[in-house]
Design a protein around this ligand. Structure first.
Ligand code: C2O
Ligand code: CU
Length: 421
């Protein structure tokens, strides 16, 4: 429903039976019966309220990933909705257009809850973006990519990523997508609980990246391959008019294990189309890179336990105390040694901050490259890698989090508490 300033939604978190792999029925945890959950379309300047009912038998906390929201609506791990309960989350939408998502964040449970289906999209648009001639409507398509293990009786089993051979796009295993011979905007999400993906078009056609976690880049960049860790978003434009009607092109994951099929999705070009869309040479203007005066260091470890700076998450311990408006430079280190061979998913970390977007300044001592462009809320750290990021905390005060977005790691304690005063 709508009021003058707010769009109001209601959802029930509940179990449902869905078809993920053709011919099998899987019991999943859903927002409102759909897998993934319903997509919320929000506009800059118009608030959204979502009343969430928990009809599951486990705790849940709903976090809006990428959302600039007040602490009491952030879905903190201890701030849960118990089974049978409900609460209303308020999202101000005072931020720029971006592709967000919402997902569970209940203490120790988020990995399994998200894996079992508690994730959905939240897309914010604004006037600046609407003015651009980018592909829109039916030609602006989110693709939520995640792995799964579906047993032969349909059971969706939560297990380590090297035992999750089914790649799902928007809740279906390796689907195909009929496209017109024209440009499409694809909003790619890595919603895997515990693994990275490396996406490319099988024929080597490059992607034109237009946006990252925090919305539009200043200028489009060409990318042959997209390395994405859990939580990251990359938006690209692909021009299918380079193919003839009747041809197909496969989106593949070159980060698949040797035992897995690399196909993620097949595009079938099935018709001609007119196309007035364009990718302008200048997309947007980003806020200036914060000039950090406060420096902090973080070290992420997988062994012997999931830690940041040697400690696991304790909701009663303040790990970082800062203030609204504080400009900071954070150096984040993944201290694991490069492995001898894959599967090495557990040696990667995906560093995520709540509330505030950041810029990546450096990767391994060199200026950040295209992989790290734009406003980010999640950054990939391979074994042995170091990144430097800069942010200005705000716009709200309160208790927030930073953590690894490999959700088995955050559930295992690779998470810290930041209090902003
Ligand atoms: Cu998408 Cu705290 O996470
Ligand atoms: Cu991690």
């Amino acid at each position: 429903s709508r009021s003058a300033t707010t769009d109001v939604y209601e959802m029930r978190m509940r179990e449902a039976d869905v078809e993920i792999v053709k011919g099998l029925t899987s019991r999943v945890r859903t927002f409102d019966g759909t897998f993934p959950g319903p997509t919320i379309k929000a506009c800059h300047g118009r608030a959204v309220e979502v009343r969430q009912y928990n009809d599951l038998t486990v705790n849940a906390a709903v976090h809006l990933h990428g959302g600039e929201v007040h602490s009491e609506h952030d879905g903190l791990p201890m701030d849960v909705i118990e089974p049978g309960g409900n609460r209303t989350y308020h999202y101000p939408n005072k931020q720029r257009a971006a592709s967000l998502w919402y997902h569970d964040h209940a203490h120790h449970l988020e990995a399994e809850n998200v894996y079992k289906g508690l994730h959905g999209l939240y897309l914010i648009s604004d006037a600046e973006e609407k003015k651009l001639p980018l592909p829109r409507g039916a030609f602006d398509v989110p693709l939520v990519i995640r792995d799964a293990r579906v047993e032969s009786d349909g059971t969706l089993r939560y297990t380590r990523p090297s035992d999750c051979p089914h790649m799902l796009v928007n809740g279906k295993e390796r689907p195909y997508f009929k496209v017109a011979a024209r440009k499409y905007r694809l909003r790619l999400y890595n919603a895997c609980a515990n693994r990275y993906i490396r996406l490319r078009l099988a024929d080597g056609t490059p992607f034109t990246q237009i946006a990252s976690d925090g919305g539009l880049l200043e200028r489009p960049v060409q990318r042959d391959e997209l390395l994405m860790l859990g939580g990251e978003r990359v938006e690209v434009v692909v021009d299918f008019s380079r193919y003839a009607v009747g041809q197909s092109v496969v989106l593949e994951n070159t980060g698949a294990l040797p035992t897995e099929r690399p196909e993620v999705l097949r595009f079938d070009i099935d018709r001609r189309s007119t196309d007035n869309s364009e990718v302008p040479a200048r997309l947007s203007t980003l806020p200036p890179v914060p000039r950090g005066t406060v420096e902090r260091d973080f070290e992420l470890r997988t062994f012997p336990a999931m830690t940041i700076n040697g400690v696991s998450y304790d909701p009663d311990r303040v790990d970082v105390a800062t203030t609204v408006g504080s400009s900071e430079i954070w150096t984040i280190r993944n201290v694991e040694a490069p492995p001898a061979a894959p599967p090495d998913f557990h040696l990667y970390h995906s560093f995520h901050t709540h509330l505030t977007y950041f810029r990546v300044l450096e990767r391994n001592g060199k200026p950040a490259g295209v992989q790290d462009s734009g406003l980010k809320d999640t950054v990939c750290l391979g074994p042995g890698e170091t990144v430097k990021i800069a942010m200005t905390w705000g716009p709200y005060a309160g208790q927030y989090l930073y953590h690894c977005h490999q959700l088995g790691h955050s559930s295992g304690g690779q998470m810290g508490r930041i209090d902003i005063n």
